[in-house]
Design a protein around this ligand. Structure first.
Ligand code: SF4
Length: 419
């Protein structure tokens, strides 16, 4: 297929595809799907081998957000029966993080709901980073705290944060349809602040909110342009009690095409399958590993993922290996650019010759995504463990509360975390 040969060749050269080529990936048929996965897999192996980076979410502060992000279970007016609690103490957060690190994670994502941190919140997070790094110096810490004010990114960097997550989530053209309390430009500004302070930028999207193919392509091109080093791809987990509770419009095949499009546009960037992995990819999750090089281990911010051991077994069974703490995630050319302050067009990273360069998921809206909130990257959306008997494609127009398992363990509870 000429399209896939072209995209593979461009991906191996870190060259930006055209918008038309990216759109064409999303329009491929089910008969072509394995060819699409194989082509994206060649690009993935070129830059990331068979390594899978594991990230672990710690929800520092859950629910009660004054913002109105439609996809988020922690939003203003959310009726979702999620855990609600205020800031974890540093030792509580460090204990939760330790479970993820023991399970094989190399990055801890510290997420807090809310519009953005106060300076006192930055102090709290600084103490938390210190507690985590005191116990494990090699761990990468990514903060996901919402919109940043001046000098807050610098303070996080000085406290030892390695990265900052803030997702663009969707295209600029449709951003106003999902959130009214802040703007797309606000989000771009925070990513720029993080980048400018020398933090690695983590910024991704949420698919499945009713957007068009053009919207998806637009946001992924924008993520490349702003120089995101890691791109969490969240698949909306329609949380009952949120405005998008009825948006069940993703299939495993659609999710794989979206991941492949992201890989072709951002070939040498960490592409992370974030919130909604279990819910929407279901038994196709291992195919996703051939495209993405990063996932969340265990639970998300407000929803539960499949058992951490199931994640590890899936990686091994599919012939991949967990990336070790001492191994760099990004290819050397990108790490060097990142160290120097980013990879956007000015940084020169993502894409030779390319003019363009790259917050919690469906949970995590600021963040890495996952389902509905600020966090991962995996955000706030509840992830549903794969289960026998899960419908192949739920009906489009009815809530599916049985597919959304609200987190009831780990941070903010008395129960052991899932890692
Ligand atoms: S995504 Fe973040 S800012 Fe938006 S409602 Fe959820 S917690 Fe608040």
């Amino acid at each position: 297929m000429d399209l896939l040969d072209t995209l593979t060749a461009k991906g191996l050269r870190r060259e930006l595809p055209t918008r038309e080529e990216a759109m064409a990936v999303l329009a491929t048929t089910d008969d072509e799907l394995l060819d699409v996965v194989a082509a994206a897999g060649r690009v993935r192996r070129q830059w990331f081998g068979r390594r899978v980076k594991l990230n672990y979410l710690v929800n520092l502060k859950s629910g009660l957000c004054p913002e109105d992000c439609n996809y988020c279970s922690q939003r203003l007016g959310s009726k979702a029966e999620i855990l609600k609690y205020t800031w974890l103490k540093p030792e509580q957060a460090a204990e939760a993080a330790a479970a993820g690190l023991a399970g094989g994670a190399k990055r801890v994502c510290l997420v807090a709901s809310g519009r953005g941190p106060t300076d006192r919140d930055i102090d709290r997070v600084a103490s938390t980073i210190a507690a985590i790094k005191d116990a494990n110096e090699a761990v990468e810490v990514c903060a996901c705290l919402g919109l940043l004010s001046d000098n807050q990114a610098e303070r996080l960097k000085a406290a030892g944060a390695d990265a900052y997550n803030h997702n663009l989530n969707t295209s600029e053209a449709t951003y106003g349809d999902i959130t009214t309390t802040h703007t797309y430009a606000d989000r771009v500004d925070t990513v720029a602040k993080a980048h400018g302070a020398g933090l690695s930028a983590c910024s991704g999207l949420i698919a499945g909110m009713g957007e068009s193919d053009a919207d998806l392509v637009d946001v992924v091109f924008a993520l490349r342009e702003i120089g995101s080093d890691s791109v969490p791809v969240n698949f909306l987990i329609p949380f009952e009690g949120t405005p998008l509770a009825k948006e069940w419009n993703l299939t495993p095949q659609r999710c794989l095409r979206i991941l492949a499009m992201v890989r072709f546009v951002c070939p040498d960037v960490e592409v992370r399958i974030a919130g909604g992995r279990e819910v929407h990819l279901r038994s196709m999750q291992p195919l996703g590993l051939h495209i993405a090089n990063s996932i969340f281990l265990g639970d998300y911010l407000t929803s539960e993922g499949q058992a951490g051991q199931a994640d590890l077994d899936m990686i091994a069974d599919a012939g991949f290996e967990v990336e070790g703490a001492g191994e760099p995630t990004l290819p050397r050319h990108r790490s060097e650019v990142t160290a120097g302050g980013g990879c956007g067009p000015s940084g020169g990273g993502c894409g030779s010759g390319a003019e363009a360069g790259a917050d919690a998921g469906p949970e995590a809206a600021h963040g890495c995504g996952t389902g509905g909130g600020c966090g991962p990257c995996g955000g706030h959306a509840p992830a549903v463990p794969a289960q026998a008997g899960t419908p192949a494609t739920p009906a489009n127009d009815e809530p599916q509360p049985d597919l959304v398992r609200v987190r009831r363990r780990g941070a903010g509870t008395e129960l052991a975390p899932n890692a």
